[in-house]
Design a protein around this ligand. Sequence first.
Ligand code: 5GP
Length: 239
Amino acid sequence: MNRSQLLYAGKAKSVYRSEVPEELIVSFRDDITAFDGGKKDIIVGKGAFNARISAFFFSYLEEHGIPTHFIRMTDERTMVVRELTMIPLEVIVRNRAAGSIVRRYPFQEGQVFSPPVIVMDYKDDTRHDPMINEDLICALGLLTREEIQTIRKLALTINRHLTDLFSNKGLDLIDFKIEFGRSGDKILLADEISMDSMRLWDRETGASLDKDVYRFDKGDVLSAYAQVVKMMVPEGYGV
Ligand code: 5GP
């Protein structure tokens, strides 16, 4: 597949126009960043692990009725996706308290949220992705109230599917971040679902198997990502 024009280079992925109208090419790079870009490295092989698990989750969710942007993989780090108008929100589902929610509010690390808590951040690096609420989302013209409800429902359904998949393998999904885009009046799941954008704890040992390994120098991040892919993605899946 020929890549043409680079449309966008994020912190860990690059997006290219493809030869096919309304399809884009997403390349998962080996760059890893944390703390608003304050910590940066290249972990060779990371991009392929994140691409593989994202593709697997997108396909799984699509089979279970969640519309996604995913079309197919073309190589181990590259996927073809539907072109969407991205909604600049980070939708974070939290099953247990960890990370920024513990720093900002009086929750205990690991405290269970039942029902899960959904937090939305406004995606804007220059403003450090501030937390946003329903009134602000509507005032900014990002979504209607009905669309916010649609996204909340999708996020909770995605959480149920992912939580079950991980739980069957002895992993606890603590939280994750997803993003959505529009195609006409449809809202689709987009971006990625990977170890870069979730917290996963081994139920037995409590060990992190996600980007916290990198953020807090907890060990070998590539081995952690490899372990999750090996546990979650069936042999022979993908390219
Ligand atoms: P926190 O708000 O605790 O920093 O993050 C909550 C969850 O969302 C974590 O799993 C974290 O990895 C994910 N997350 C939050 N912001 C971002 C972001 O800008 N990029 C990515 N990839 N994940 C994020």
